[in-house]
Design a protein around this ligand. Sequence first.
Ligand code: FMN
Length: 304
Amino acid sequence: MKNCDLNVTIGKIALKNPVMVSSGTFGFGEEFEGFIDLNQLGAVISKGISLTPMVGNPPPRIFETEGGLINSIGLQNPGFQEFLKSKLPYYRHLKTKLIINFFGNTQKEYIELARRFDGIPGISGLEMNISCPNVKRGSIVFGVDPQMAFHLVRSVRKATTLTLIVKLSPNVTDIALMAKSAEEGGADAVSLVNTFRAMAINIHSKKPELGNIIGGLSGPAIKPIALRMVWEVHQAIKVPIIGMGGIMNAEDAIEFILAGASAIQIGTANLINPRAGMEIIQGIRKYLLQNKIDRIQKLIGAFV
Ligand SMILES: Cc1cc2nc3c(=O)[nH]c(=O)nc-3n(C[C@H](O)[C@H](O)[C@H](O)COP(=O)(O)O)c2cc1C
């Protein structure tokens, strides 16, 4: 066998391979241009975009831990208008698929953004980050309440014809229940996981290592938990799953695919090795050829 088929489909998005780069870990693409050929990637996901600009949290915003990274960037971004003006033109030059990660502070903001992105040329899909507090409902995070998530996804679904991916928070008791709510609300796919709430203290200064005290843990430390969650979600829903959380190499990526992910995202690994995405695509291809598997589709959920 000399070749294998890496094509996968997420909603209406046909991907040439299942490897994407995750939101917030790949800037707006441009920053990585000198390191890798972005066109080789299955898709790029933008940094999270909100209706209006956000300055983010006070520094320090990144702290390295054993096998991971805690970040409290606080969803800093230029806002919808500025994104269209200064960031989208670069993405439009790329031959890979662009998925916009977005979020709102209220249901109305989520709907408004989904409506605005709909029909903009060069955008293949939306990844909706529901790990944000609903400011109107006493800061309950949309992504931890199944009812709230269902109503939010259902209303956003009506506002866009683009493929809608709902990005789930792992900070819940039952992630399969959250995935089911997203599916019932009309999501074309779910992606998981976002970061785990975490913190670190400097024992010498007795101060928190992050300006915001609490941040989100990512990287290899979370991989086994993320993998378990992907497998649980795979058993609960029918729409495709995009798996992520500590994927550092092709072996990790294959584990997620075997657990039920149709595609995967690379996050923290990009910050350590900007070529991680390329190497993972090559590694997956090598694995398929060595094991005489002609199509990646055969691997999805093939865990026994
Ligand atoms: C510095 C940083 C910024 C992030 N920003 C976002 C963001 O804007 N929106 C989002 O949905 N996830 C964001 N994430 C979460 C990642 O996309 C990913 O879900 C998480 O890091 C787990 O994957 P990993 O362990 O491979 O990094 C961010 C993560 C990091 C490390």
